[in-house]
Design a protein. Sequence first.
Length: 366
Amino acid sequence: MNRISLKKAIAGVCIAAVLGVGAGCIYSEIQSGTQNPQVKTESTQRKAANAELSGARNTYVVQAAKKSGSAVVGITTKVYQQDMFNRAVFVGEGVGSGVLIDKEGHIVTNAHVVADATTVSVSLSNGETVNGTVIGKDTSTDLAVVQINPPPDIEPITIGDSDTLQVGEPAIAIGNPLGLEFKGSVTSGVISALARTVDESGQRFPLIQTDAAINPGNSGGALLNADGDLIGINSSKIAQEGVEGMGFSIPINEAKPIIESIIKNGYVIRPYLGVWAIDKETAAQNNLAFSGNGLAIVQLDSVGPAANAGLRRGDIITSINGKDVTTSMELRQVMDTLKPGDTVTITAKRNGQTFTKDVTLSQTSK
């Protein structure tokens, strides 16, 4: 797995980990007070959309933007707080992007885009602005779902398959960089890398790296393949002097179960193992050592599933259901494929001896 070790200023909010682990951060959005030039493009774009293009001009980028651009929306949030006299006081505004994914009006965005929002307004590609309701959000994955009354004249985006992506293939980003004045902006590039680790301490799954421009305001927008299908939810970029063309997107295949759980339950239901485990590198940094590969259990919920099955502090977990786990992210990835009530087979080592335990997973709290 590739790792980016940069001293980074990543625009962002947090990707937290379950399994009893912690959190890291990625991304901040446009705040009120940002001054942008007023750009009026809607009528021009509508006129241009109906123009006939030569074969040379009608590129895959044009076709993808026509197919899916209308499903990308702008999201404006306002935050109010109560003062000492119990009056609502306006404290801030933010702008991000979102993607309409179904005919029920569900819009996927980043959790940090709608964090602490009192009101949510959604700007549609047809020029309308409607009220939105936050169905739920998951800070661990930086994903959220907003719902609006389904617009009859806007088709939801087509969901693609991020597992089939190849490094070097085209990538197209659509969103609202720097605010709604530039809504529906299209940038293109390539898939620069797959399975990128930006913040391993809390990152739940590897990210797609692209050189298609992603800027503040693009968060929650769409990353498309050349067919115009959704392959990722744009989430972050490396914001460091001298670094350009490094944007990151949450793979849609990883995002789908999170989105489905939020729509169904209002939050993400995750299985609970009840262990806190560290990899070999982290162990060495803390003057600990163990032989072989795996994750060392450093803390155990005494009434949790792992303890009930007979696992102990100091055991080295090497695999779950036959899948090797050598990093915290690999453990989270395996756990995210499971659900409460599932029974898994854990292979571990104790005093140099390999053994297995069947563990029935419970459920994390909300």
